[in-house]
Design a binder for this molecule. Structure first.
Ligand code: FAD
Length: 486
């Protein structure tokens, strides 16, 4: 029998569920990746993610070539390309790793229907999560809506499934064992970035590396400092988190391997705390995939429907406030430095994502969906489930036990998490001369102090576009509509 593995967000040849199943279940296995024209057409011409994918595909092709096959790479609409290729190669089954986004589910369904018309199966495997959408349920058999009980049930299931395994939590799928089943395909062309309408960014502008080897190098670096993660992860000026999110997004690392590594560290006394906190973050990732799958309405709507009654700021003044936020010109240094980090690198530290999201929604009164869309366009690691979950969490419209009157104060957040102002100075050199006390709220400086530093507000750095205390009261009023109808 012949199979076709359709790679999507799983750009690795090792420990890949669909690839393993296809090789195991067939004796002639082809591999394909389609640059999806429909998605790519909506992106800016300089897009780090497209280049990341392109680099990752190059590495995957080389690895597959070493195993005896060629990755077929096309540019087009997969809904047409996959059935066409399957028919051309007389494939019996197309194997994929499951996707949980509503648009991807719809796309896969359409492809499956086309394949059925010539008796070709469509087999989807669990790969991008540890536990699938229906594998962790409440005692009543329902999907969870709150994180902590979900996490407890998730950890319990992990413990029960891996009981007795001394050295590993998940055995990697032994892809190489069936390497003899690869079809000796010899197609060698691959669309260039330019042929798909994209400009190639320089190493300096790209600031990241695609591919499995880059993912493995980041992981190795992180495992050496994982014991500090619990504390270090909250301070954007230091190297605390793993920076693996973009690799998780495109599957250049294996989530099973990451969880195995975290569990291994948990068992070694000195790294226990950091690794447990990190594992929790990986559970959040599964949680939001599960939430999105069971509640596709969260795309465009509040998870808690009563919050859709909130009236957000509108009109040209809202547009101006939003633009200032996007450009890092709000006058709140931590917010602005964070937005510049996003604009200049495609990454933003988790603490800062929470700060800027809260600021947009609760200080500027702007609809969380505007911020969600901006992140979707600019984040290297943009993932619909985590992004939507993060934004709804910040806007208090999502799965969070905290009430809406938890409003981050952008100044105290700055004092607490960037106390020396090191992160701010990295992105706002015009504030470099301000000391650790002054840097969080430059408008509080006296004219004499400002003059002494040759800093002119309104010229070198903006005045704050909103007063936090006033905005806070306005937000409480704005959200009170929720109380009235619920
Ligand atoms: P680490 O701290 O090393 O965490 C390890 C991994 O755990 C991450 O790579 C990620 O896969 C997962 N993770 C961590 N926190 C979360 C979380 N809250 N929800 C889901 N998964 C998590 N993460 C994305 O991957 N894509 C997004 O589009 C995204 N948008 C966000 C938007 C907002 C408003 C907020 C508040 C958070 C968002 N996050 C998103 C979650 C989190 O900020 C990033 O995963 C994290 O900053 C990535 O950096 P890291 O890999 O160094 O993280």
């Amino acid at each position: 029998t012949k199979s076709l593995v359709w790679f999507r967000r799983d750009l690795r040849h090792f420990d890949n569920a669909a690839l393993y199943q296809a090789l195991k279940q067939s004796n002639s296995c082809y591999c394909v990746f389609i640059f999806d024209k429909v998605i790519l057409q909506g992106l800016p011409k300089r897009d780090r993610r497209v280049q990341f994918i392109h680099q990752s595909i190059q590495e995957l092709r080389a690895e597959l070539q070493a195993l005896g096959t060629h990755l077929i790479v096309r540019y087009g609409d997969p809904v047409e390309e996959i059935p066409r290729l399957a028919a051309e190669l007389q494939i019996n089954a197309v194997f994929v790793n499951r996707d949980y986004e509503p648009a991807a589910i719809q796309r896969d369904h359409t492809v499956q229907q086309h394949l059925l018309s010539f008796n070709c199966d469509f087999i989807d495997c669990k790969d991008q999560v540890i536990f699938d959408k229906d594998e962790v349920l409440s005692l009543a058999g329902k999907p969870f809506s709150v994180f902590t009980p979900y996490k407890n049930a998730w950890l319990k299931k992990l413990a029960s499934e891996t009981e007795g395994e001394a050295d590993f939590y998940f055995k990697p799928y032994p892809v190489k064992k069936y390497a003899g089943h690869f079809a000796p395909h010899t197609e060698t062309t691959m669309p260039s970035l330019a042929s798909m309408g994209f400009e190639e960014l320089s190493e300096q502008d790209l600031k990241l590396h695609g591919g499995m080897s880059a993912g493995a190098a980041l992981l190795e670096d992180f495992l050496e400092r994982i014991d500090h993660y619990g504390h270090a992860r909250d301070f954007p000026a230091i190297k605390g988190p793993s920076y693996l999110s973009v690799h998780l997004r495109f599957g250049t690392v294996s989530i099973r391997y990451l969880v195995s590594q975290a569990m291994r560290q948990i068992r070694t006394a000195n790294a226990m705390e950091g690794a447990s906190v990190w594992l929790s973050e990986l559970v959040w990732r599964d949680f939001y995939f599960m939430i999105l799958y069971h509640n596709p309405r969260v795309v465009g709507h509040a998870y808690k429907p009563e919050y859709d009654a909130i009236q957000w700021e509108s009109g040209s003044s809202a547009q101006e406030l939003f633009q200032a936020w996007c450009d890092g010109k709000t006058g709140y240094p931590l917010v602005d430095a964070a937005m510049l980090q996003l604009n200049q690198t495609g990454y933003m530290h988790n603490r800062l994502r929470m700060v800027v999201a809260s600021f947009l929604v609760k200080d500027l009164g702007i609809d969380w969906r505007w911020g969600e869309a901006y992140f979707a366009l600019h984040l290297n690691d943009f993932d619909l489930s985590a992004n939507n979950g993060g934004w709804q969490w910040a806007a208090s419209t999502g799965c969070d036990a905290q009430p809406y009157f938890r409003i981050f104060n952008p100044i105290t957040q700055s004092e607490k998490f960037d106390s020396e102002g090191k992160f701010i100075r990295r992105y706002l050199p015009q504030l470099a001369k301000l000391n650790a006390k002054q840097i969080h709220a430059p408008w509080k400086l006296s004219p004499i102090e400002l003059a002494a530093m040759n800093l002119q507000l309104g010229r070198d750095y903006p005045y704050p576009i909103v007063a936090h205390d006033v905005a806070r009261l306005r937000t409480l009023e704005r959200y009170s509509v929720v109380k009235k109808i619920s």
